[in-house]
Design a protein around this ligand. Structure first.
Ligand code: ADP
Length: 447
């Protein structure tokens, strides 16, 4: 087991990882920017190192400073959290070269899954169902037209280096296609420095369903069921649940089996998420995230398994603590991402939290790095906390969620809490009857 883990992140996820490390009796080091000197993860860590000024590129993305912090403190492993350097293959390689363990997969696996064309090719080879589309990058207009005609309109053009929903364009006809191809390529080039794009069938009313997987790096793979993350705004997840209201046990076992076998074949190590669009009973792979996800607590709630403990165990060579046949899914869990944003306009709302009171009671978990009197710096993501609620079934979970949302108090700044108080009373949400476009449509109708 590791002696000392350095946490290369901030906010709620830094605290989440810190708690897991402490439970395992491992010393913790956190790094922080000058803007985060007062952050909760800095207060609770055994040691902290200031690695630079507020902008992420000078601090949380500064590989040299982070490696130096490991050497100064003698950390033997790094947990990257999500975002920042968590899917940076170069970072994983550099740590390996310094004999520091990256708590995550190999640099090579990160690289393959970070290139969407390569990821899709790999998924297909491993027997994972993919969205019909081009086999690789498409640059030629004539070729694009032939592929689109073959799979049928509408189609979506996506950037191979894409992320965060950028560089995607939908084309509903051949006339649209020519323009969409050009715009997607120039957007991708500007945003990612790589203008390779590919074509996929555009699914009109899919759900977003993702499978949590784990590999031990030695040919064993397991799955921990799915999460339904269909409630999204601008391709950002807002509300996540497990299990999906749309799947039955048989579908869960089938897609989970496909994913765990793929992970085993790949020799993958650590936590991963295989993301699908789901429509008319079919799954279509869109991407794999080679890290812990923001929404991992809903899986923890229904399985009782601490995913960060597992990540640390696997990375230290201790293997997985569970076998597939030991994993059971209990009840239902929902997570709401609470952002420091105006609940109508979604404009970020940094500033001082004058009062912070979290709900409690059976089945209620709050993962947050903020506290009363905390000043939210304006430089980072607006996520200030996650409310995760568990119940014996979806109805109980929704009742508990409504109660927990009523108890939650955040004063001094705007948050998205009012949006969730409204969603929890909506009949479509109550029935689990929504797709990836539902929330945007709902917001457009109610604003
Ligand atoms: P990113 O890495 O930029 O987030 P993804 O490939 O994960 O890109 O896609 C993000 C979102 O875009 C999906 O959750 C979905 O809402 C939409 N999307 C992607 N591919 C398709 C498709 N083929 N049909 C319909 N919507 C899609």
């Amino acid at each position: 087991m590791f002696q000392k883990i350095l946490i290369a992140n901030r906010g709620e996820i830094a605290l989440r990882v810190l708690r897991a490390a402490k439970e395992l009796g491992i010393q913790t080091v956190v790094v922080h920017s000058t803007a985060d000197a007062d952050a909760m993860h800095v207060r609770l860590a055994d040691e902290s190192v200031c690695i630079g000024p507020p902008p992420s590129r000078d601090s949380y993305l500064n590989i040299h400073q982070i490696v130096a912090a490991c050497e100064i403190t003698g950390a033997d492993a790094v947990h990257p959290g999500y975002g920042f350097l968590s899917e940076n293959a170069k970072f994983a390689d550099i740590l390996a070269a310094h004999n520091i363990t990256f708590i995550g997969p190999s640099g090579d696996h990160i690289r393959v899954m970070g290139d969407k064309i390569e990821a899709k090719r790999t998924a297909k080879r491993l027997g994972i169902p993919v969205v019909p589309g081009s086999d690789g990058a498409v640059s030629d207009e004539g070729e694009a037209k032939r592929i689109a005609a073959a799979i049928g309109y509408p189609v979506i053009i996506k950037a191979s280096a894409g992320g965060g929903g950028r560089g995607m364009k939908v084309a509903r006809s051949e006339t649209d296609l020519v323009e969409a191809l050009q715009t997607a390529r120039s957007e991708a080039g500007a945003a990612f420095g790589d203008d390779a794009v590919y074509i996929e069938k555009y699914l009109e009313k899919p759900r977003h369903i993702e499978i949590q997987v784990f590999g031990d790096g030695a040919g064993k793979g397991i799955h921990l069921g799915e999460r339904d993350c269909s409630l999204q705004r601008r391709h950002q997840k807002v509300w996540e649940e497990a299990n999906s209201p749309a799947l039955n046990e048989e579908q869960r076992t089938q897609i989970g089996g496909i994913c765990s076998r793929a992970i085993a074949d790949l020799g993958y190590s650590g936590a991963g998420t295989i993301e699908f669009l789901y429509e008319n009973g079919e799954f279509y792979f869109i991407e794999m995230n080679t890290r812990l996800q923001v929404e991992h607590p809903v899986t923890e709630a229904i399985t009782g398994i601490d995913l960060v403990h597992e990540q640390i165990r696997v990375a230290s060579g201790g293997g997985l603590s569970v076998r597939q046949e030991d994993i059971r899914f209990h009840g239902h869990a929902i997570e709401c991402r609470i952002n420091a944003e105006d609940p109508k306009t979604f404009v970020p709302s940094p500033g001082t939290i004058t009062h912070f009171h979290t709900p409690g009671g059976l089945g209620v978990r709050v993962d947050s790095g903020v506290y009363s009197g905390y000043r939210i710096p304006p430089y980072y993501d607006s996520l200030i906390g996650k409310l995760i609620v568990h119940g014996r079934n979806r109805v109980e979970c929704m009742m508990r969620l409504r109660r927990a949302l009523d108890e939650f108090v955040v004063d001094g700044i705007n948050t998205t809490l009012p949006l969730f108080r409204e969603l929890v009373g909506n009949p479509d949400i109550a029935n689990g009857d929504y797709d990836i476009h539902w929330l945007e449509k709902h917001l457009a109708e109610t604003q």
